[in-house]
Design a protein around this ligand. Structure first.
Ligand SMILES: Cc1cc2nc3c(=O)[nH]c(=O)nc-3n(C[C@H](O)[C@H](O)[C@H](O)COP(=O)(O)OP(=O)(O)OC[C@H]3O[C@@H](n4cnc5c(N)ncnc54)[C@H](O)[C@@H]3O)c2cc1C
Length: 274
């Protein structure tokens, strides 16, 4: 299905954006990792969100999501790998699947951690960010999974199930990927394993990996007052645009980004349906 707006990230910024797209009568899909993997899920108590003191992170997130669902926002659980624009449409890869929309709101939170040595060099030559997309290429061969979430464990089980011999590194801190034309080994926290493939399963990806060419400053997405980024039809909100890294700021920016994205989608619609 084609949407007016696709939101990447189901935290406070993404949910606020989606709610405000619906308020303008437009269709919207939120694509995100499972809610339990959102950073706010770990907050024992959120005391500085106006009007709702004392709620736990899970309580607040559940309430925000319910509000969005009741407004008609559609949801899909999964990891967005990248997005490309063709004509007036953005095509978004979600693991081995695809969705499209006229406008995007990037609300993916903060991507923590730097790339490992060898990661960029061997991307597509043994390094992958998606087990279900690329797993079959490594059937019957040794692979390493560098996992940072419960979802990553499930992806490792999937690889095992299709016949890969899997070494699982649980939240490794220091890794180096080496090889020649293709990956040959990975060393994580002092342990070296010969492998044909390395699956790097972080919950978040750098904004510039999702959108090549996107303007960023110190790792944060550059936006204007309408939360427009440097790319046509792409708006951003929340922690991914910079500090303060707080729920109220995320929700406020989400509102602006949602309204701007809905307006952008309406313009495209008018252009293509004169
Ligand atoms: C322990 C803890 C306590 C906190 N306490 C407070 C507090 O008391 N008050 C306060 O104001 N703030 C608090 N914060 C900060 C608050 O959680 C963040 O500021 C807020 O969640 C940011 O919202 P966001 O929507 O921008 O990003 P996030 O909430 O990070 O949401 C982004 C979502 O997008 C998902 N995502 C990212 N990339 C992809 C992708 N490629 N594909 C699919 N999904 C993706 C992520 O998994 C995540 O679920 C706390 C944070 C932590 C960790």
């Amino acid at each position: 299905m084609s949407y007016d707006v696709l939101v990447i990230g189901g935290g406070p910024a993404g949910l606020s954006a989606a709610l405000n797209v619906r308020a303008r009568g437009r269709s919207v899909l939120v694509v995100s990792n499972p809610m339990e993997e959102n950073p706010l899920w770990r907050a024992e108590k959120v005391d500085n969100y106006l009007g709702l003191p004392g709620m736990s992170g899970p309580q607040l997130l559940t309430a925000l999501r319910r509000h969005a669902e009741e407004a008609g926002v559609e949801f899909r659980t999964g990891k967005v790998l990248n997005a490309v624009r063709m004509g007036d449409t953005w095509y978004v890869s979600i693991e081995s699947d695809m969705e499209n929309a006229k406008a995007i709101v990037l609300a993916a939170g903060v991507a923590r951690g730097k790339k490992f040595p060898g990661e960029a060099e061997f991307l597509g030559r043994g390094v992958s960010y998606c087990a279900t997309c690329d797993g079959m290429l490594y059937r019957g061969r040794p692979v390493a999974v560098l996992g940072y979430s419960d979802t990553a464990r499930k992806e490792a089980e999937f690889l095992q199930g299709i016949g890969c011999s899997v070494t699982y590194f649980d939240r490794p801190r220091r890794c180096t990927i080496t090889g020649g034309d293709q990956v040959e080994a990975v060393t994580c926290d002092g342990e070296t394993v010969p492998v044909a493939g390395v699956f790097l399963l972080r919950p978040t990806m750098a904004p510039t990996d999702l959108f090549p060419g996107l303007a960023v400053e110190n790792g944060y997405v550059t936006v204007d007052r309408k939360m427009a980024t440097s790319l046509p039809g792409v708006f951003a909100a929340g922690d991914c645009t910079g500090g303060p890294l707080q729920v109220s700021k995320a929700a406020g920016e989400g509102l602006v980004a949602g309204q701007s994205a809905a307006g952008y989608a309406a313009e495209i619609w008018r252009k293509t349906n004169p």
